[in-house]
Design a protein around this ligand. Structure first.
Ligand code: ZN
Ligand code: ZN
Length: 268
């Protein structure tokens, strides 16, 4: 199967990746992708401060060099994955205004000032309570931040927390999830299908099928596909499955972006 693009990848400019940008591009060229989108992390006031800030001077220089080198072979996009928290909203807005990003993913990596990775967020909470608080935080960010294109890995909270069953059901959070999806659609924003769950031993896309189904029922059309690759070999990981799932759910198009504007490419 020939894939068009990967809309969620990290390079060594992200705190949690050591993949050189050039190696990511070489892999994508080898796979005959038309586009590769870098979405390195910017998470202000994150538990791990290495996620805070990309060195944009170095980043921009390297990006421009590599983009030029591969001109005509692959289209490279400078995107970003923002970790939203209400108290850093102004810094995020400022960052987005002052850099020429072509694609912006808004994600929730911490909620109520507590982080998922170390487990702090889950302390003293049932899974029900934790997932509910996560979705409330997501809704808040959709309502507060206007400057983004798609919401990142909606429902990936299920990956974290020391619960015996790592699963959440749309029906248990239907009201708040519907509110999130409607707010996104109303604002002209989209969601992504993120395939990284399969690398974490979860048998689901983020978001899961029931949420993808609901998004379409509500009229959602903007949907990008991303692997969340932190290594070259993970580019387009499980994309065949993602494409097929979307087709099975009745989606006819995936979304690509150019200078923050969506365009639609037929899924096949
Ligand atoms: Zn993320
Ligand atoms: Zn990511």
């Amino acid at each position: 199967m020939q894939f068009f693009a990967d809309y969620h990848t990290h390079t060594s400019y992200s705190g949690d990746s050591e993949a050189p940008m050039l190696e990511m591009v070489e892999q994508a060229v080898q796979m005959n992708l038309q586009q590769l989108v870098f979405t390195d992390h910017v998470d202000y006031d994150y538990a791990d401060t290495s996620f805070e800030l990309i060195d944009f001077e170095d980043y921009s220089r390297e990006f421009a060099e590599i983009k030029h080198k591969y001109l005509g072979k692959i289209d490279l996009l400078m995107g970003v994955e923002i970790g939203y928290q209400p108290h850093v909203a102004d810094r995020i807005r400022e960052l987005l205004k002052s850099h020429p990003f072509e694609f912006v993913i808004c994600s929730t990596h911490m909620a109520d000032n507590l982080d998922f990775y170390t487990g702090a967020f889950f302390e003293g909470k049932s899974s029900r309570k934790a997932y509910e608080r996560y979705f409330i935080n997501v809704l808040q960010s959709v309502q507060q931040l206007d400057d983004f294109d798609v919401y990142g890995h909606l429902d990936f909270i299920v990956r974290y927390g020391d619960y015996p069953v790592k699963q959440l059901h749309y029906r248990d959070y239907a009201d708040i999830i519907d509110e999130i999806l409607k707010a996104l659609i109303y604002a002209g924003k989209g969601i992504e299908v993120n395939t990284s769950g399969y690398r974490y031993g979860l048998k689901q896309l983020h978001p899961q099928i029931d949420i993808l189904k609901r998004y379409r029922q509500l009229g959602g059309e903007i949907i990008t596909i991303g692997s969340d690759a932190h290594y070259p070999q993970d580019i387009c990981f499980e994309f065949e499955h993602a494409y097929q799932t979307l087709i099975d759910l009745g989606y006819k198009y995936m979304t690509v972006f150019k200078e923050r504007k969506p365009a639609f490419i037929k899924l096949r």
